[in-house]
Design a binder for this molecule. Structure first.
Ligand SMILES: Cc1cc2nc3c(=O)[nH]c(=O)nc-3n(C[C@H](O)[C@H](O)[C@H](O)COP(=O)(O)OP(=O)(O)OC[C@H]3O[C@@H](n4cnc5c(N)ncnc54)[C@H](O)[C@@H]3O)c2cc1C
Length: 593
């Protein structure tokens, strides 16, 4: 089996050293160019390269830890991971080369599989980020979105543009040599499970048989969803996924934006600067819980962490009391009270205008974190300041604001590509962990169909992919009866958590719980007690910094030094919102509302 070179890589490629580091799992010290060149030549001739020279392998890093019992971690971190036995050969297909497809390919490769193919309908990797609208920006930070073994190296973490994240995915594919698996411009038309348990995959009229198939076609790859009443509209109606440059499209027009999710929020701000007028129509049950991308000077999702999942999380009464206090202090121009409240919320002396707008908006919408989908984007609040206006839900053509000449539907997508697979349930929630359709069994998986209220899609895809690769290797068993019970329990939990959004957003999950459930199954959840005792710095970051996927490589068979370093380098949030236990005392002291 050819080993293969990183895509288009040549001897002078600056990625060569990096690729060698990753190939040998050593990033403690850069590998020298002479050694990298010898590796390059071996790979080019399909020969196995010689192992790393010993001194490089044994480079020692002082993490300042005390000796501990975490699987001999201090010793293991100085050496390569133990070799893993080869799995039973399987012919595996991955469909789609977006973020999810790439991480599944990487996990399969890491698990030792070689007979892997990926069909991608378009001509390049990156999925939705290849075609996103101009100036699109992510709403999860680089630290939260990056894959566990591939730090994005932005310090401090930032909200990447779609273009920057696409470049990250291209680097990930190149360094992990994933392009050799991918065939572009091939759209899969249908997947059918055969009585033998294998899968027949239909591509351009041809049927190819695979032992295992992973669907990573994305939440956005189905038909754009348009409200029914617009079918007979005589005006220009477009979907958020269909236009690249919305400023150009909306210039001088009376624009109606339907929907106030992430894209509706962004597009309202892009268009309000150039359009004659912008009106935003919001469903009657309001928007999600709105959070700015940046709070204070740092990315808001630094607070997506384990600590938040514990006693520190404010309940509805704390949120309500806090918001009412802010509204009252603002109405009475009480700068002293506002400053005290700002310190509780942001750690700063004064709220920004946008922060107050956000608190008021959430209060008026009765939106709380965890009871609603998170809209990690306050662009629409800025758009309102620049003259956009909000109206309620529109259900007939007669409700359209008069003079509307462009409708932009930010209304999501009709259904997932579950229908690509004969007999599959297209409701992600009916699948075990959104990954396994219990009627079809675990030899076919669906990865990338979990969308967290707060968190990021790619790391959940990574954990799903790691679980599937471990299952295919035979490391884990799958008990259909137990999985059916777990699926019902997950559904009940999600319904109680996301009351308002549960029936509409069938991909919605709680990020921490989803990540941890896979971590526990794989035996790679960080042992918090041991970390606390022996690795205080790492423990603090695992608990209080962003819930980075790297923490699921601190222990277990795929433990890596890179992950220890990544965790260690995560910043801690500058400001921790006050724990629930202390909240009422401080509120009684500082505000008399
Ligand atoms: C503007 C914007 C900003 C976003 N920001 C964030 C963010 O900050 N954080 C976050 O976590 N998520 C964000 N998202 C969500 C984002 O969609 C997902 O994180 C990401 O796309 C998941 O990747 P994926 O591989 O599952 O799906 P996709 O990116 O949709 O990739 C699916 C791939 O499958 C291919 N494909 C589909 N059907 C077939 C077929 N039949 N045969 C062959 N190939 C096929 C497609 O061509 C595509 O390349 C954002 C989305 C948008 C639009």
């Amino acid at each position: 089996m050819p080993i293969g070179l990183p895509f288009r890589m040549v001897e002078t490629d600056p990625n060569l050293l990096l690729a060698c580091n990753y190939w040998f799992g050593s990033d403690s010290k850069p590998i020298d160019r002479t050694y990298a060149t010898s590796v390059f030549r071996c790979l080019k001739n399909d020969q196995i390269p010689q192992p790393l020279p010993l001194p490089l392998q044994q480079t020692q890093i002082d993490f300042g830890c005390s000796p501990c019992t975490i699987g001999n971690c201090c010793a293991q971190r100085r050496s390569l991971p133990p070799p893993i036995p080869p799995p039973t050969p399987l012919k595996i297909l991955v469909i789609g080369a977006g973020a999810s497809g790439l991480t599944v390919l990487s996990s399969l490769q890491e698990a030792g599989f070689t007979n892997i193919t990926c069909f991608e309908a378009s001509s390049s990797i990156g999925g939705i980020f290849r075609t996103a609208y101009k100036n699109a920006k992510m709403t999860s930070s680089s630290a939260l979105t990056e894959f566990s073994q591939f730090p994005s190296n932005f310090s401090p973490p930032k909200m990447l543009s779609a273009v920057e994240y696409l470049a990250y995915l291209e680097r990930f594919a190149s360094v992990n040599m994933l392009q050799k698996f991918i065939t572009f411009n091939v759209e899969v038309n249908e997947v059918q499970k055969l009585p033998s348990g294998k899968f027949s995959v239909s591509v351009s009229g041809e049927h190819i048989i695979y032992d295992a198939v992973c669907i990573t076609t994305g939440l956005h790859s189905s038909s754009p969803s348009f409200p029914d009443f617009l079918r007979s509209a005589k005006i220009d109606v477009v979907h958020s996924s269909q236009i690249h440059d919305f400023a150009e499209k909306a210039a001088g027009k009376n624009v109606l934006i339907i929907g106030l999710g992430e894209s509706g929020s962004d597009i309202s701000l892009i268009t309000v600067k150039v359009a004659k007028s912008v009106t935003i129509s919001v469903r009657d049950n309001g928007s999600g819980y709105v959070v700015p991308r940046i709070t204070g000077n740092e990315v808001s999702d630094l607070n997506t962490n384990r600590g938040r999942g514990r006693g520190e999380t404010w309940g509805p009464s704390e949120h309500k009391r806090f918001a009412e206090s802010v509204i009252a202090a603002q109405a009475s121009d009480d700068d002293v009270a506002l400053s005290k409240l700002s310190k509780i919320w942001t750690g700063k002396e004064q709220f920004s205008e946008l922060e107050i707008d956000t608190i008021v908006w959430n209060y008026k919408n009765n939106a709380l974190p965890y009871n609603r989908f998170g809209t990690k984007n306050t662009s629409f609040l800025e758009a309102l300041k620049l003259g956009a206006r909000i109206i309620g839900e529109i259900v007939t053509l007669g409700d359209l604001p008069s003079g509307t000449d462009l409708v932009i539907c930010c209304t999501g997508f009709a259904a997932s590509k579950g229908e690509l697979v004969v007999g599959a349930d297209i409701n992600h929630r009916n699948r075990w962990r959104h990954v396994v359709d219990l009627n079809l069994g675990p030899m076919i998986s669906f990865v990338g169909f979990s969308r967290p209220a707060f968190g990021a899609v790619p790391p959940i895809s990574e954990m799903g992919g790691r679980w599937w690769a471990a299952f295919l290797r035979g490391d884990l068993e799958f008990d259909v009866a137990a999985a059916a019970i777990e699926t019902q329990e997950d559904k009940k939990y999600e319904e109680s958590l996301f009351k308002k959004d549960f029936h509409r957003l069938k991909s919605l999950v709680q990020y921490h719980r989803m990540m941890k459930s896979f971590g526990d199954l794989l035996g790679v959840s960080p042992p918090l007690g041991e970390l606390r005792k022996h690795h205080k710095g790492i423990y603090e970051r695992v608990m209080r910094s962003t819930l980075s996927g790297a923490q699921f490589r601190l222990v277990g068979r795929f433990m890596s030094e890179k992950a220890w370093k990544t965790c260690e380098q995560l910043p801690l949030p500058q400001h921790e919102r006050m724990p629930r236990s202390a909240f009422n005392g401080v509120m009684n002291e500082c505000c008399q509302f």
